[in-house]
Design a protein around this ligand. Structure first.
Ligand SMILES: [Zn+2]
Length: 257
C-alpha cells in the first residue's frame, strides 16, 4: 500500500510541475483563435464595404459604355439632320438631337454621382484595409511563433512527465480516476496531512481519519476539500537513504523530522 500511496504522491508532484505548461498549451491556441476570429470579423466588415464599392464600379462601367453609345447616336443623328430635305425633317432631327443630348446630360450626372460614391467608399476603406493588412501580417507572425512555442512547451512537458506512466500503473485504477477527475478543479489534488490538519484547505482532520492516514493502509481524502491526503512518514522512501538525498527530500517535502 505504501508503494501505491507513494506513487500517487509522486504522480501529483510531476503533474504539479507540468501544470503551468499544460495551461499554456491549452491557453495559447485559444488566444490565437480569438485573435483570428477578430481579424475574420474585420475581414467580413471590410469585405461587405468592398463589395458595395465593386457594385458601384460595375454600374459606373456600364454607365460609361452607355454614354459612349449615346455619343455615337448623337453623331449619327447629326449626320441625319444635315441631310434633312425639308423643314419637317429638320425639326424632327432637332427633336431627336435634343432627346439624345438630354439623355447624355442625365448619364453624365449619374456617372459623376457614381464616381463620387466610389471615391468616398475608397477613402472610407483605406484605413480599414490597411488595418486588416496589418492585422493579417501580425496574425501570421503570431501563428508562426505560437507553433514554435507550443513545440518547445510540448517537449518541455514531455521531459517533465517522463516516467509518469510508471506511477500511474502503481495507483489503483479507481483512485487514479478520482485523482484525474478532481485535479483540474482542486490544485494540488494530493496534499500532506500534517499535525492533524489538511495542508490543502487548512481544516482539521478528524482524529480517527488522521490515525488511518498515519497507518497508511488505504487512500484517504479530506472530508472538507476532497483532496487526497498522505502522511509524510508513510510515503518516505524505504531502506537506507543517502544523507544528502535524505536532506533534500526532507526539505522538498517539508517533512517533519
Ligand atoms: Zn482539505
Amino acid at each position: 500500500m505504501q508503494d501505491k500511496l507513494r506513487a500517487l504522491v509522486k504522480l501529483a508532484v510531476i503533474d504539479a510541475s507540468a501544470r503551468h505548461i499544460e495551461e499554456l498549451l491549452e491557453g495559447i491556441p485559444v488566444e490565437l483563435e480569438e485573435r483570428r476570429a477578430a481579424v475574420d470579423a474585420l475581414e467580413t466588415l471590410v469585405g461587405g464595404q468592398k463589395q458595395q464599392m465593386d457594385e458601384a464600379t460595375a454600374l459606373l462601367e456600364a454607365q460609361v459604355d452607355d454614354l459612349k453609345m449615346r455619343s455615337d447616336m448623337l453623331a449619327r443623328s447629326r449626320a441625319k439632320g444635315a441631310k434633312a430635305r425639308n423643314m419637317r425633317e429638320a425639326e424632327a432631327a432637332e427633336r431627336e438631337l435634343d432627346a439624345i443630348r438630354r439623355s447624355i446630360r442625365d448619364g453624365e450626372a449619374e456617372k459623376e454621382r457614381l464616381e463620387g460614391v466610389i471615391a468616398k467608399a475608397r477613402e472610407t476603406l483605406e484605413e480599414p484595409l490597411a488595418e486588416l493588412e496589418k492585422q493579417n501580417a501580425e496574425l501570421a507572425q503570431a501563428a508562426a511563433g505560437v507553433e514554435e512555442r507550443l513545440e518547445g512547451l510540448r517537449k518541455e512537458r514531455d521531459e517533465i512527465t517522463a516516467g509518469r506512466e510508471e506511477f500511474v500503473a502503481l495507483v489503483p485504477k479507481r483512485f487514479y480516476r478520482t485523482y484525474e477527475r478532481i485535479r483540474p478543479q482542486i490544485h494540488p489534488a494530493v496534499v500532506e496531512a500534517k499535525d492533524g490538519v489538511c495542508q490543502g484547505c487548512r481544516m482539521a482532520i478528524s482524529p480517527q481519519l488522521f490515525n488511518q492516514i498515519i497507518r497508511g493502509d488505504d487512500f484517504y481524502r479530506c472530508q472538507q476539500c476532497t483532496r487526497f491526503l498522505y502522511h509524510a512518514d508513510v510515503v518516505a522512501e524505504p531502506g537506507e537513504a543517502k544523507p544528502h538525498e535524505a536532506e533534500a527530500a526532507e526539505a522538498a517535502a517539508g517533512r517533519q523530522s
